[in-house]
Structures are given as C-alpha cells and as structure tokens.
Design a protein around this ligand. Sequence first.
Ligand SMILES: Cc1cc2nc3c(=O)[nH]c(=O)nc-3n(C[C@H](O)[C@H](O)[C@H](O)COP(=O)(O)OP(=O)(O)OC[C@H]3O[C@@H](n4cnc5c(N)ncnc54)[C@H](O)[C@@H]3O)c2cc1C
Length: 406
Amino acid sequence: MVACAQVAHYSRQAARWGVKTGEVSVDLPAVMAMKEQLVQRFRSGIAGQIEQRENLRLYRGQARFSAAHRVRVGDDELESEHIFINTGTRPLIPAIPGLNSVDYLTNCGILNLAELPEHLLIIGGGYIGLEFGQMFRRFGSRVTIVQRRGQLVPREDPEVAEVLQGALEAEGVRIICNAQARRVEGRGDAVSLEITTPTGEETLTASHLLVAAGRQPNSDDLGLEAAGVEVTERGTIRVNSRLETNVPGIWALGDVNGGPNFTNISDNDYRIVYANLIEGGERSTKGRIVPYAIFTDPQLGRVGRTERQARAAGYRLKIGGIPMSWVARAMERQETAGLMKLVVNAEDDRILGAAILASEGGELVQLLHALMLADAPYTLLKGAIYIHPTLAEGFFTLMENVKPVD
Ligand SMILES: Cc1cc2nc3c(=O)[nH]c(=O)nc-3n(C[C@H](O)[C@H](O)[C@H](O)COP(=O)(O)OP(=O)(O)OC[C@H]3O[C@@H](n4cnc5c(N)ncnc54)[C@H](O)[C@@H]3O)c2cc1C
C-alpha cells in the first residue's frame, strides 16, 4: 500500500520531472484487493509449510495456561515441557473520554476501508501514525496527526524527526505536536476531537479517526498467573537475554517480551532460542544490533543507537551529518528531503548508530549495519569507491564530515 501511495504521489507530482499526467485518483478497493491477495499468498504459504510437517499441528483458538506446562485451547488441553509464548501486541487505546462511544479505526480496521476517508484524523505521531498518515494523504485524504509529545517519532534524534515532519507537512499533512486529547464525540457521520495545545484549545472534526497511540502486549489474557510466569510493570513478559522466562521450559519471543517491536527482531528471537535449544548454542540478545526502517517517504533507515542514546550511555562521540541535498543522486532524482547521520564512538571509531532519512533509507543503512557487524571502524568507508551516481555515494561526504563533539 505504501508503494501504491508512492505511485499516486509520483503521478500527481509528475510535472516536477517534466511528465504530463491527467487528474490522478486512487481506486482504494483495488489497492485493498492487491494488499489482500499478497497477504493471503504469504499466509497460505506459511500454513502450507506447517501442514507439510509431521508432528506439527496448528490449533486455531485462544490459548490460555492452565498450569506451568499446560495450555488450554478450546476443548483441548495441551501439555509440553517446552512452551514458547509469541503472542505479540495489540493497539493501545488511550483513556480519552468519549473515545469508546465512536467508531474509531486501529491499524487493523484501516486496512479494510472500502472508501477513502475525506479527512483522516490520527491520534499518535509514532511510525504507524506517520506511515498511514502519508499513505492516505497520497491516496487523496485530508490528514491531521495529533501528537502528545513535542516531537514526532520521539525515540529518534530531534533533528531527524524535524526533517521528517517537514517532509510530511510539505505534502499537506497537518501535524499538531504537544497536543493533549481531551474528548472525542460522534457528530453524525463525523467525529470530533477536542485538544489542548500550548497555544490554546481546538476542536478537530474528521470523517475518520485512527488511533495509533502505541501498542500493548497480549499477555493479560494468557492465564500467566496459572503458569507462574512473571510480567513487567508494562505487562511485557519478563525474560533474560536467552529469552527464558522465570519458569524453566517457558520462553517468550517477539513483541510480547518487550521487543524492540519489529518482525526482524521476532525472527531473531526465534533464531536465538533455536540455536540454544536445538544446536546447543550460547546465543543471547546481548549486544544485538537492531536495524529497522520507518516506511515514510523519505524512508527512515535506522541502526543501533541514536545520538541521544549514545550520550546517555556515556560515550565520547564523533558525529557526522549531511543533508540529502548534498548527494548528487538525490539531486538528480529531485528527492533531496532528508539527511544522513552517523554516531561514532570517539575511542575506537566504531559506529554506534546511524540514521539515513532518504529515498531507500532502509536499504542504505544496512551498509552501515554490515560495518557494525564486522566491528570495523567507520574510516573503512572514508575515501572508499562508491558507484556513481548512487545514493550510497553520499557516504563519501558523510564520512568526511565526521567530527568530535562535546
Ligand atoms: C501497522 C504496523 C506496521 C508495522 N510495520 C512493520 C515493518 O514495516 N517492519 C517491521 O519489522 N515491523 C513492523 N511492525 C511490527 C511487527 O508487525 C511486529 O513487531 C511483529 O509482527 C511482531 O511479531 P510477533 O511474532 O511478536 O507477534 P505477532 O506477529 O503480533 O503475532 C502474534 C500472534 O499471536 C496471536 N495470539 C495472541 N494471543 C494469543 C492467544 N492467547 N492464543 C493464540 N494466539 C494468540 C495473535 O493473534 C497473532 O497472530 C508493524 C506493526 C504494525 C501494527
């Protein structure tokens, strides 16, 4: 769907590249059908693999512990010396007065819309809110994002979030930060949200409301008390670095153990447990380098620590930063929104983290990830030969730009 929105965007903006197009509109049911087909293909592929395995049986239903090594699914009681909890998260619904009296959307409902929202109001300026916000703006909706904190994507460094915010606003997405949601009310077919900001009060009215205000772990209805499995104050399942819970023979993998909440991390959790249990390995989550991306345009490719996290951890730093407008390929593509930022340990020149906010930022950042995995200094890429003209060529200037900071 992000790709469909990109095509709509290019089509509308075609004149920028000297291409003439007519009026552009998006056939949302066609987009949804395409998405559904893809999802079903993946789903049936995985289900098929499960069915082919002898000794592997899929039970469809709500699982609940009845004792430490016993789980009930419907009428079946299953017992095992090894249990892996991998139940994920669901949308966190904030306690805003009136919210439960309206038909709001979450990340599930919005993926089944039959009609394009005239005005999509989004509570939450995290990656889910931003991805859907830009996507529906490009599909043709008016979009307003209301963010409680002073910054979008609050885990990222402020200048990264600021440039991303600028790019979204340039496309006509309205973003209101420092906004406290006070009350939601249904008004016929519309919904209104009262907010308070440092400049006063405002009532926003929209055709659709998307709640993207965080995630909560699916741990509360698992009967964990019966199993004696401990959870944290956030409700995530407490695990050690080998992903073992406090109960021997029970592991927790993926988002439900507190994440980071990404598919690649859930997969990596599985690999750690498999290596330890089946291959007699000694793997753990300690020192794991986490790459991820936010699929906005520009895309935010990230790996490792932000500058803020590196400072908090007490590192002496070198920082490199360049705008994408310095990168020849970005200029040629007329896609200069964004930046490249490198956070380096001044003691040994190892990369601690990077943010690449650019077209294909998610692809680009993995080159830096590889350097981190190799435990090589950033200077290896200084003066390296890059294919001309590519976006990765920007690393040449980025590496030259790395300087010690206070
Ligand atoms: C809108 C959106 C966009 C995202 N985009 C990205 C992205 O681009 N890249 C990325 O890496 N990550 C992305 N994520 C995050 C990613 O989806 C999660 O991190 C990932 O799915 C977590 O995998 P998991 O195995 O922990 O759990 P899940 O994939 O959530 O699977 C858990 C499963 O357990 C089932 N379950 C729950 N409780 C029970 C129970 N009691 N009994 C039986 N079954 C149960 C659930 O129904 C679900 O099927 C996105 C998430 C959202 C919401």
